[in-house]
Design a protein around this ligand. Structure first.
Ligand SMILES: *Cc1c(COP(=O)(O)O)cnc(C)c1O
Length: 352
């Protein structure tokens, strides 16, 4: 499918100026990609002006939450802009689509939309070494009706936000959540990017922030004994100089950043262990100083060191180093890889 480009795109971009402070996800590029799924086919892939959507109050997504999303970034390397691992994000989008009984979107269409979007909004991406363009592709059920069943029509969009740093603080404080779950273990929706997982996380997020933490750490929802991940980031520990991270269990999101870290750790001769990670063992190892570092990772925030794990009203478990030496080494390698400044598999970098 070739993309239709509205002739007003370039002038819209040209007359947009960036705000002083970019932050994250606050300022949106003035364009969007759209495509409709109708009569069992994708049609009309278009790049046009960013604009509100008019939706019938009985549109299915409002009632039953059939909606998925992705998050990926384009980075500048000197004059050119490139997408990082766009095909991996396209593949994961379709894993999410399948789980939510939504139609798959051809991977080339996802990539074509993302590339056209980046090319058009490139003048709005600052050339410093911190800024980037965060793309948010998403799809939702737009059929009208209250019957409970998979929708027959969908809307796919890509919007994007030129961004600066994600967290204002250097290291984050993480709250262990013992009562709530973000998604049911195995067979639930924890392994896919659907809005409902985030909706289910917000009450805990509020509790965490009120108690002075930045983020919630979710345990497996059947036993609440094992570490899974944060609401939108995977988690790694450094134990006896090896990286330790929860093994995928169909409830943990398979992060592209998590996967990139595996590849980089191999290059840097850092052993990686994927295993079931009981929270009690980790806390014991932090206390005994065999677990010395912890970090969280995702496209939005890159690698972010964890300062401590804790619970409201209880003494915290503070990591010996934040950021520790292994965290720093990986964060630097990840940054250079994403920026196209370090050799990586050819398909990871797609020029816009
Ligand atoms: C998006 C997301 C991540 C991070 O995935 P990346 O591909 O590395 O950005 C981790 N956990 C959850 C629940 C997510 O939604």
């Amino acid at each position: 499918m070739t993309i239709n480009i509205d002739p007003h795109c370039d002038s819209l971009v040209a007359k947009t100026s960036l705000p002083q402070e970019l932050g994250f996800g606050k300022f949106f590029a003035p364009l969007m990609v759209t495509a409709q799924y109708r009569d069992q086919k994708w049609q009309n892939l278009t790049l046009g002006p960013y604009a509100p959507l008019a939706l019938d109050p009985a549109t299915m997504v409002f009632h039953y939450g059939q909606s998925i999303f992705e998050g990926l970034k384009a980075y500048r390397n000197r004059s050119s802009l490139h997408l990082f691992r766009v095909m991996d994000h396209a593949r994961r989008f379709n894993l999410s689509a399948k789980r939510m009984a939504m139609p798959v979107l051809p991977e080339e269409m996802f990539a074509e939309g993302a590339v056209a979007f980046c090319r058009a909004v490139a003048p709005l991406v600052p050339s410093d070494d911190v800024s980037n363009l965060y793309l948010r592709p998403f799809m939702f059920a737009d059929q009208v009706g209250l019957g409970v069943r998979p929708s027959e029509s969908y809307l796919f969009l890509i919007i994007g936000t030129p961004s600066g740093k994600y967290f204002a603080d250097e290291a984050v404080k993480v709250m262990i959540e013992r009562s709530y779950s973000r998604a049911a273990s195995g067979g639930g929706t924890g392994a896919v990017k659907t809005g409902g997982n985030y909706a289910a996380s917000l009450l805990s997020d509020r509790r965490a922030k009120t108690a002075g933490f930045h983020q919630t750490l979710w345990l497996d929802s059947s036993t609440r004994k094992n570490v899974e991940e944060l609401t939108g980031m995977n988690i790694f520990f450094v134990r006896n100089n090896s990286l330790v991270t929860p093994r995928l269990n169909n409830s943990i999101l398979p992060g592209v950043t998590r996967d990139t870290i595996f590849v980089l750790a191999k290059e840097l001769n850092i052993p990686v262990v994927e295993e079931v990670v009981p929270i009690d063992n980790i806390l014991r190892d932090i206390k005994g100083q065999t677990c010395t570092e912890c970090f969280v990772c995702g496209t939005a925030a890159g690698i972010t060191p964890v300062a401590l794990l804790g619970e409201p009203g209880l003494p915290p478990y503070t990591l010996a180093a934040s950021p520790g030496p292994i965290t720093q080494k990986l964060a630097k390698a990840l940054h250079e890889t994403q920026r196209g400044q370090r050799p990586s598999p050819a398909e990871w970098i797609v020029r816009a």
